[in-house]
Design a protein around this ligand. Structure first.
Ligand SMILES: Cc1cc2nc3c(=O)[nH]c(=O)nc-3n(C[C@H](O)[C@H](O)[C@H](O)COP(=O)(O)OP(=O)(O)OC[C@H]3O[C@@H](n4cnc5c(N)ncnc54)[C@H](O)[C@@H]3O)c2cc1C
Length: 403
């Protein structure tokens, strides 16, 4: 016996991309199922949750879901710089609260949420187009028929793989993190730590959540390094490397582990009756591998596009293409430019990082935020590449410009 359902739109994955897609599609008045394999939304946290207050406000995320940040500190083996902003423009999310709020928005607009339901397969019609998904829940086999499917399953991209449209990401980041109670926290300051002692290809971080809790983590680029981020994390905490020693006693309360794609714009994200969004689409800023705001933003675009297509009675690739055009127009060139800076960073030696921090320390808060967010407005980049008084800063922004 199997359970069987019929929906206009089936969204696989209850992360930020899936919940946001389900929200906008349900709001547009179509019948939506949001399917999540875990027992609750955000049961497992796989992210450090840094994002930007401007985006948070645009999405309407409530104030109790985040901790504002206005001091940005960096350290390399022999250098340390800090940039201080007048007002907080970055934030560390309470990931569970935020992701559950996003899912509740979808539910309140009429989406049905199916928990403990793991999708394993795609159902195809005689033209080999997707017309549903199947998997298992507590009762056994479960089948969802749909006019359109959104693959928001994150890194594994389960539906797109089942369709044979994608293979495993080849370049990606692996991250391990402790959420921990500590003795001393500067609540509005984050730390990024670079160089071999912290990560052989990536960076380590301290992100504060409140006056007594931080996330301490290590991210490592694959295949550039085969080091294990969980091992490296243990090591830097045991050795109390750099700013970790200032935290005082560290009592871990939760361990987080996750993978994030870093293959740039390598995937096609629309097919007949199918959209890929969030990590399944590779929508991440390669500079610091952050993807939450893109997942929410383009999740909403995906849901809207799917709803319009479903209402028009046609859901082929052609009707779904405005989604891909929209997200590529907005972030395609930014992701490409940020990829060039990432290529430079991956190759830096410890001495190279000491010098790179000098350059970063030259940036004004606005310039720094645009840079780290990969928000390379052309005029801004041109200005920094041609007119900045420091040669090293001009050189860095010439890379972004593509020279
Ligand atoms: C260590 C680490 C740190 C990060 N830090 C940041 C950061 O500070 N800021 C930032 O913006 N980004 C960060 N990211 C990236 C960010 O987490 C992702 O870009 C974001 O989570 C993408 O959202 P998503 O909804 O596409 O995927 P996910 O958040 O991965 O959600 C996918 C959901 O689908 C569910 N699912 C998967 N397979 C199935 C299936 N077969 N059936 C049913 N459900 C399924 C999963 O359980 C999950 O709930 C980090 C990533 C990592 C790995």
């Amino acid at each position: 016996m199997s359970e069987e359902y019929d929906y206009d739109l089936v969204v696989v994955g209850g992360g930020p991309a899936g919940s946001s897609a389900a929200f906008s599609a349900a709001k547009a008045g179509i019948k939506v199922a949001l399917i999540e394999k875990e027992e609750s939304i955000a049961e497992t946290v796989r992210t450090s949750g840094v994002t930007w207050i401007q985006d948070i406000k645009e999405f309407g995320i409530p104030r109790e879901c985040y901790n504002p940040i206005k001091n940005f500190s960096f350290c390399s083996p022999n250098n340390k710089v800090s940039i201080s902003d007048a007002i907080p423009r970055a934030a560390v999310l309470d990931v569970r609260k935020t992701y559950r709020w996003l899912a509740r928005q979808a539910e309140e607009h009429g989406a049905d949420i199916f928990l403990k339901s793991t999708i394993t397969d795609a159902i195809k019609n005689s033209d080999s187009d997707i017309v549903g998904v199947s998997g298992t829940n507590q009762g056994g086999k479960v089948i969802f028929h749909a006019k359109t499917v959104i693959d928001a399953s994150g890194f594994p991209s389960t539906v797109s793989k089942a369709m044979g449209y994608v293979t495993q990401w080849t370049r990606f980041g692996a991250g391990a993190e402790y959420e921990a109670k500590v003795e001393n926290v500067q609540e509005d300051r984050w730390w990024l730590m670079v160089g071999q002692q912290y990560s052989p290809a990536g960076y380590a971080w301290i992100f504060p959540l409140n006056s007594s809790t931080v996330r301490i983590g290590v991210g490592i680029g694959k295949p550039e390094s085969d080091a294990d981020p969980a091992q490296k994390l243990k090591e830097i905490i045991e050795k109390m490397e750099g700013p970790i020693k200032d935290l005082g006693e560290i009592t871990p309360i939760e361990f987080h582990y996750g993978l994030i794609p870093n293959d740039g714009l390598s995937r096609k994200t629309v097919f007949n009756n199918l959209i890929l969004v969030g990590d399944a689409a590779g929508q991440a800023n390669p500079l610091v591998l952050e993807g939450i705001r893109y997942a929410i933003k383009f999740g909403r675009v995906a849901g809207d596009t799917a709803a319009n297509a479903i209402k028009s009675g046609k859901t082929t690739e052609r009707e779904l293409r405005p989604y891909e055009e929209s997200w590529k127009r907005e972030i395609g060139s930014k992701i490409n430019s940020a990829g060039k800076v990432q290529d430079r960073w991956i190759r830096l030696t410890d001495e190279g990082w000491d010098k790179e921090l000098e350059i970063i320390g030259e940036l004004k808060p606005d310039e720094f935020l645009d840079f780290i967010k990969a928000d390379f407005g052309l005029s801004n980049v041109l200005k920094l590449a041609t007119r900045h008084p420091k040669l090293a800063v001009r050189q860095l922004f010439n890379i972004v410009k593509g020279r």
